[in-house]
Ligand binder design. Structure first.
Ligand code: FMN
Length: 363
């Protein structure tokens, strides 16, 4: 995340069983610790810039219990940081579920272990089922971000040079706070957010270094417009923000092989019962949307729970990534059906094309 790659690449969702592909194929991602460790070492060696986990507390059910086994993200990142040299590992932290002092301490611990390579993804939550499991009532949408604002203000103060302080907010009250050590190297961990609403976006622009948004499926020009408007909003707040997106890559030697494998995984072998649960949690059902819209949403969610599909041979995949970079994106977090099986081919075929295009350095 801190290196010189003009187009940064990350792996998204490897801490969860099935990763992000809602599929029954037997080679789907296990999400186990040994596989995560193997993957992180491989990614580090390949020069991949970051690993972004999903903060998920409860599986979605279906035949595969999609994302039913998940490694908690701060502990996951901490252990991976200890086992790697260069890669940034994010923790995805639900602000309403983590007391700010505990979160600040855990993050600083991870940051010291990674010598500045820990990143924080702040999420405010949306999944009612998970909050019920905790016995925590979700605030209404706007109040979630009000709370997150206090939470991150408190955390930044805890990380600051302030020796001892009280914090009295609307939601959070802290007394005589002392916290050592401070973040590694006198800075602070990189902070990201991926709010899709205008409130979420405003929160990111005000508080974060990186913002993750959906790329357009219609055109690169539309993506470029979205990136420009986020950057413009940041400028209005006298801030600069890097903009990233999310993708799902299927790369094979020929276009035909890539399309066939994609179809096999997320159409023929999709875990449709899990897809329908995922959609129902977002209130997308045959009762709430048109049949055409429902079919389209099902298709999109099966292949990676949203994210730009990038399916093709190495030339095609590299070309799409180059176009995203030209649209102004700083990077992309991608998922693969089996991250560890598929990364070596990307490394061998796609990364050199990006080096050749001047977007990445040799690992
Ligand atoms: C890259 C990315 C990562 C995300 N990670 C998580 C996550 O791990 N857990 C979670 O509950 N929500 C996650 N989200 C959801 C967002 O944080 C956010 O809640 C969602 O986009 C809705 O936006 P809003 O809060 O502005 O309405 C993620 C979204 C994106 C695009």
């Amino acid at each position: 995340m801190h290196g010189g790659n003009r187009l940064k690449l990350g792996l998204f969702g490897a801490n969860c069983s099935s990763g992000r592909a809602v599929t029954k194929v037997p080679e789907r991602w296990s999400g186990t610790w040994p596989d995560n460790l193997r993957l992180a070492r491989m990614a580090d060696e390949a020069g991949i810039d970051f690993m972004l986990p999903i903060g998920r507390w409860k599986g979605y059910g279906g035949e595969t219990d999609y994302q039913g086994a998940t490694l908690e993200t701060i502990t996951w990142a901490t252990a991976l940081l200890a086992a790697t040299q260069r890669i940034t590992c994010f923790g995805t932290v639900h602000a309403p579920l983590f007391h700010p002092i505990i979160a600040a301490k855990e993050i600083v611990t991870a940051d010291h272990i990674g010598e500045g390579r820990f990143g924080l993804n702040i999420v405010v939550g949306w999944n009612e089922d998970e909050f019920e499991m905790f016995g925590v009532k979700q605030r209404d949408h706007e109040a979630r971000y009000d709370y997150a604002q206090e939470w991150i203000d408190a955390i930044k103060l805890i990380w600051s040079d302030r020796a001892e302080f009280d914090f009295t907010g609307r939601y959070i009250t802290l007394k005589a706070v002392r916290a050592e050590p401070k973040p590694y190297g006198g800075g602070r961990p990189i902070i990201m957010n991926a709010g899709a609403s205008s409130t979420g976006q405003a929160f990111a622009v005000k508080n974060c270094d990186a913002f993750f948004m959906q790329a357009s499926r219609v055109s690169v020009a539309e993506t470029a417009g979205r990136v420009a408007s986020v950057k413009e909003l940041a400028q209005q707040h006298a801030r600069e923000i890097s903009v990233y997106t999310v993708g799902v890559i299927t790369c094979r030697p020929t276009m035909r092989e890539a399309e066939d494998y994609h179809h096999h995984c997320v159409v023929d072998q999709a875990d449709w019962s899990a897809v329908d649960r995922l959609l129902a949690m977002r209130n997308i059902t045959p009762q709430t949307v048109s049949p055409a819209e429902f079919a389209e949403q099902r298709r999109q969610f099966a292949h990676g729970n949203s994210g730009l599909p990038i399916i093709g041979d190495p030339d095609h995949v590299a070309r799409q990534l180059i176009e995203l970079s030209h649209a102004g994106l700083t990077g992309i977090a991608v998922s693969l059906v089996n991250y560890a099986d598929e990364l070596p081919y990307l490394r061998q075929e796609v990364l050199p094309r990006l080096v050749h295009a001047g977007l990445r350095e040799e690992p």
